[in-house]
Every structure is written in structure tokens, then in C-alpha cells.
Ligand binder design. Structure first.
Ligand code: FES
Length: 583
């Protein structure tokens, strides 16, 4: 405790770790480029500088506050230094703002406007232009990199992969991959968190919008679109809605306006996943083998396990993800039911996730050369298409998705938030294990946003031990503990992205932080509350699919069309599936 002065105003200290926190809590918006509240401090950009009496100019983000400090945030010297720091960054930064996909939400561009930079005193040296890497689902343009190191830290600290690092010194310094490999040749799991956190256009999602337009304009194709649960509570942000506000009805209308023949809810396939995954889980419990069972609906996690922890692959649920189950339903079941050939149907997924692009391109999700999912667009890309088409999103009417794959229970909706898959499975597993109907379907104990959570469910039949992790560094920690025999679980849910799919790398970039993610998560839980049916086993349309086609959960038919296998792999993007959107 103690007090300090900020611009003459007395501020009580309340355990803040840095002067930046104190100043921000005092309502002053200090500019930052290399600071992120969920990462370690880098202290490189110097934009957060303040003057401290007796010490001179310091970077607020890595200066601990002390009682009695006299701090100024807006002096002539600071304004001059900040402008110069920005000008120096701009002098080595690509200035093709008009054609940059981050134009309008680029932090560097925003700060240049905010500080009134109109002339650039330092000329640009074009002789040092670096090659642009388009090998993967991301485009990495080092000419737009400002060396803030956020991609380095999120990939290393949050995802424990460490694809990027700094190389060289002085003016030659750059962020790059080991041996300057293309991203496709690294251990990248395609989670897209580096692109989500990048403050400029140095890392962006490689757009596949033109492929979507081509399909929608092709009269020989019937375009069917599926929408993942987490998109409904985030896409509205692109059109002025608050994070967490569900705009599913408008989203469905927008997709129909764009030309979709049918719009299905991926949540329907999530309900199907619950039935299959629970059947598998109960079978393993009965046999006492391959426990814990790990969830497998997150493709970045699956690739992580294949690359770094192959000995755990038998523990992953063999269920395909909801995206791929929907692809299978559409190309194998719906095509036949609607009298069409699978090759005449074009399946587009709208996902919060960049790794879903990789998943859809995996060889195992293609039958006789026909992919189950033809194209994956992120929330960001869909918003771009809606803008291009001139659709007034906020004025759209609310319309429901199409049957037979449009009805979703609350269990299917909460798949989009960390803990949601476990809770959905519990809603069925509890009934099956106790042979009694669950009156209150909400297992609030598995909810929350701490990176690693565990819970024990006491039943007459024994104790179920559940683990929930999000962020691959947390997955690594739990895998290492399991390997060392320090912990025991029956079921472990892993989501690669912080917060689960709501924090996916393809979600709108609106200074995503923990608060925004929690608001999106709250939106999904609210959808569960207002939905009439909360348990996947009560989704009548799902039960009809079994009666009509699949027989029963875990049947040979279900295994053929809804399950998959995994394999130990290196970084094999180029050889493990269809190339996507090669530029
Ligand atoms: Fe403090 Fe970059 S934000 S040095």
C-alpha cells in the first residue's frame, strides 16, 4: 500500500505490479505496443514511457510502482520521444496501409493517427525487404513486423511451442522461425494465436474469401454452410455489437443472403459428438483401459499431441470433431437423402478457428478425392464477405438454421467455451452411470477460466476425475504430470486457445483479452439457459439420424463415418493433406 502522484493526482497503490497498471487504473490511456496483460513483460517499444521525478524517463510497463513516486505521463519531452519512437518504427515498416488486411484495426496505424504523425522524417530503406511467407494458413510478412515480440511470447509461453524467436542484432534484428523455415515446415499447430495478438499486419490469416465467392457463384454447386457455436457470440463485434451478444439469427440470414442453399448449425454435430464420445468414454471406464480419455474436437490440440506426445494418442477420443462430423453427415447422408452426388455439394464451415482449415485438409477427411468439408472460413473472413456484399448486418431479420441439422441443444452450444465439452459429456455420462434422469443439467463446477481446472464427481459407482485445460502450455503441464504418474484423471478436455473456441485465432480482433473472452463465454452459457433442451441425448433430430442411418452410438456405421485415427507426425503440413489457398 501507499500513495503516489500521477500528473499531480494522488493515487492509492493497490498491489499493482507496474506503473503502467497504476496509470491505466487512474484512467490514463498510455500507448503500448509490446505489452500484453497475459504475457511476460518485453519492454522494447518504449511507447509507455513516463517521467518519474528523480529518475527521468522510464518504461511504465516494467517499472514497479513505489510509494511517494511523482509521475508525469504527458510532458513535452514525452510527447517528442513517443512521436520519434513511432516515426522510427514507421521508417522500417511497410506503409501499404490501404491494401493491408489490418488497416482499420492496426495498433501502429492507430497510434500514428493518435499522435498526429503526418510527415515521416526518416526515409525508408527498401533494399532490406524480406520475403513474405505464404506457405501456411497464415501470411507472415516480416516487413510489417515491429519487433514487439508478442508472437514469440504467446507461442512460447501460452502454447509451449516456440515457433518464433528473435534473430540477428541491431538494425538487422527480426522475428523469424528456426533456420528461417517457412511456417509450413515448422511445428506450428495452426492455432492462429500469433495472428490474433499481432498488433500490425505482420501475421494475418491467409484469406480464402475468393474461393468462397467462386463456389457461391458456381451454379453447378449446392453450397451448404455450417456455423460453429462460438461464432454466434463474436461476429456481431464486427458490426458494433457487444462481445457475447448472440446474433445467430442475423448470421443465418446473412449466409442465406450470400447464397447458401442450406445453413446448418455445427452445434447439432456437437450433440452427435457428445453421444459418440460418451459411449466411448463409458466403454473405456467399463474396460478400465486407455484412461484418461482426452477430448479431440480441437484440431490444434490433436496436432500438438501427434507431434509432441504421440504416446498419448491412444487416449484421444476417436471421435471426429463436430466440424468433420457435420461434413460427413452432409456428404454421406444428406447428399443421398436429397438426391445429390457428394461432389455436387460444396460444404463451407464458418469457424472461430484457423486450425480448422488444417483439419479439413487432412487426408483422412477425404473420401475418393471428395473432401467432407471443402472450405473453412474464419469469423473474420465471413465478416469481410458480409461487408463486401453490402449487407446491413444489424438490420437483418433473425432466422433459424435449416433442418435436419439445425436444431441444437444447450450442451451443443457450450462446446465453444472451455469446460463446455466436459459439461456436455457429463450431462449424458451422469445419467448413464446413475441410471437416473438429471434434473439440473448445469455442472457449474467445471466452468471457469483458470488455465487448468480439476473436479471430482462422487457417484455411488465410484469417483469420476475430470481435468480441463486451455492453452497448450497447460496441456503440456498435465501431460507431463500424467506421464510422471503425479496425477490421475478419467476425462481430460483440452482446448488449444485461451478460453476455448471463443478465443480462437479466427475470431474478430478487438483487442482480445480475458474480459472479451469471458463475455463471449457468458453469451454461450446464456444461450444454454434460454434453449428449451439442455442435453444432447434429447436432441430428437440427432436420434432420428441414428434411427435412419447410424444405428446407435458406437455402432460400426457410426465408427465408419464419425470416428477417425491419429498418427505420430513431424511438421508435415505440405504432405499431410490438401494444400489450401496457396498463393
Ligand atoms: Fe512498455 Fe512497450 S509497452 S515498452
Amino acid at each position: 500500500m501507499g500513495w503516489l502522484l500521477v500528473n499531480g493526482q494522488s493515487i492509492a497503490l493497490n498491489g499493482e505490479k507496474s506503473l503502467l497498471d497504476v496509470v491505466q487504473n487512474a484512467g490514463i490511456d498510455l500507448p503500448t505496443l509490446c505489452y500484453h496483460p497475459e504475457l511476460t513483460i518485453h519492454g522494447a517499444c518504449r511507447l509507455c514511457m513516463v517521467e518519474v521525478k528523480g529518475r527521468g524517463v522510464v518504461a511504465a510497463c516494467h517499472t514497479p510502482p513505489e510509494s511517494g513516486m511523482v509521475v508525469n505521463t504527458n510532458t513535452a519531452l514525452l510527447r517528442r520521444l513517443r512521436k520519434m519512437a513511432l516515426e522510427l518504427l514507421l521508417s522500417s515498416h511497410d506503409r501499404e496501409c490501404t491494401s493491408c488486411s489490418r488497416s482499420g484495426n492496426c495498433t501502429l496505424q492507430g497510434l500514428a493517427h493518435r499522435f498526429g504523425i503526418r510527415d515521416l522524417r526518416f526515409s525508408q530503406d527498401d533494399t532490406d525487404r524480406l520475403p513474405i511467407d505464404r506457405s501456411s494458413i497464415l501470411v507472415r510478412d516480416p516487413n510489417k513486423c515491429i519487433l514487439c515480440g508478442e508472437c514469440v511470447r504467446i507461442c512460447g509461453e501460452v502454447q509451449s511451442i516456440g515457433v518464433y524467436d528473435f534473430a540477428h542484432r541491431g538494425a538487422k534484428m527480426q522475428v523469424t522461425t528456426a533456420f528461417h523455415q517457412e511456417l509450413a515446415d515448422t511445428n506450428c499447430v495452426h492455432c492462429g494465436q500469433c495472428a490474433a495478438i499481432c498488433p500490425t499486419g505482420a501475421l494475418v490469416i491467409k484469406p480464402q474469401i475468393q474461393e468462397a465467392w467462386n463456389a457461391l457463384m458456381d451454379e453447378s454447386k449446392t453450397v451448404i454452410i455450417q456455423v460453429a457455436p462460438a461464432v454466434r457470440v463474436s461476429i456481431g463485434e464486427e458490426f458494433g455489437a457487444e462481445p457475447g451478444q448472440s446474433t445467430m439469427g442475423k448470421l443465418i440470414s446473412a449466409l442465406r443472403s450470400l447464397g447458401a442453399s442450406k445453413v446448418f448449425d455445427t452445434g447439432f454435430a456437437a450433440d452427435l459428438t457428445v453421444l459418440e464420445e460418451t459411449e466411448e468414454f463409458l466403454g473405456r471406464i467399463q474396460k478400465g483401459e486407455k484412461l484418461p480419455q482426452f477430448t479431440s474436437c480441437c484440431p490444434a490440440w490433436v496436432k500438438y499431441a501427434e507431434q509432441f506426445y504421440p504416446e498419448f494418442l491412444p487416449h484421444l477420443s476417436t471421435c471426429r470433431s463436430p466440424q468433420q462430423m457435420m461434413g460427413s453427415l452432409v456428404k454421406r447422408y444428406y447428399a443421398k437423402a436429397s438426391g445429390k452426388r457428394p461432389e455436387d455439394l460444396y460444404m463451407i464451415s464458418i469457424m472461430p478457428c484457423t486450425a480448422k482449415k488444417f483439419e479439413a485438409a487432412r487426408d483422412e477427411f477425404t473420401t475418393l478425392g471428395i473432401p467432407d468439408v471443402d472450405l473453412v472460413l474464419t469469423t473474420q473472413e465471413l465478416a469481410q464477405m458480409i461487408r463486401e456484399a453490402g449487407i446491413d448486418y444489424t438490420s437483418l431479420p433473425e432466422t433459424p438454421p435449416d433442418r435436419p441439422f439445425g436444431f441444437v441443444t444447450g450442451a451443443g452450444v457450450i462446446f465453444g467455451v472451455t469446460g463446455g465439452v466436459s459439461e456436455a459429456v457429463l450431462r449424458l455420462a451422469h445419467e448413464r452411470l446413475t441410471d437416473t434422469e438429471l434434473k439440473n443439467a448445469a455442472f457449474t463446477e467445471v466452468r471457469g477460466y483458470s488455465g487448468m481446472r480439476s473436479w471430482e464427481l462422487e457417484l455411488d459407482q465410484g469417483t469420476l476425475r475430470l481435468g480441463v485445460v486451455h492453452g497448450l502450455a497447460n496441456a503440456k503441464a498435465i501431460l507431463d504430470d500424467l506421464r510422471a504418474g503425479k496425477v490421475y484423471f478419467d476425462l481430460v478436455e483440452v482446448m488449444a486457445c485461451p478460453g476455448g473456441c471463443i478465443g480462437g485465432g479466427g475470431q474478430p480482433i478487438t483487442n482480445v483479452n480475458g474480459q472479451v473472452r469471458q463475455e463471449r463465454g457468458a453469451g454461450l452459457y446464456q444461450d444454454d439457459v434460454v434453449t428449451a433442451v439442455h442435453k444432447s441425448q434429447q436432441n430428437r433430430d440427432v436420434l432420428n439420424i441414428y434411427a435412419d442411418w447410424l444405428d446407435k452410438p458406437g455402432s460400426p456405421m457410426a465408427h465408419e463415418f464419425l470416428h477417425t485415427t491419429y498418427r505420430k507426425r513431424g511438421a508435415q503440413w505440405k504432405t499431410s493433406g490438401r494444400a489450401i489457398g496457396k498463393a
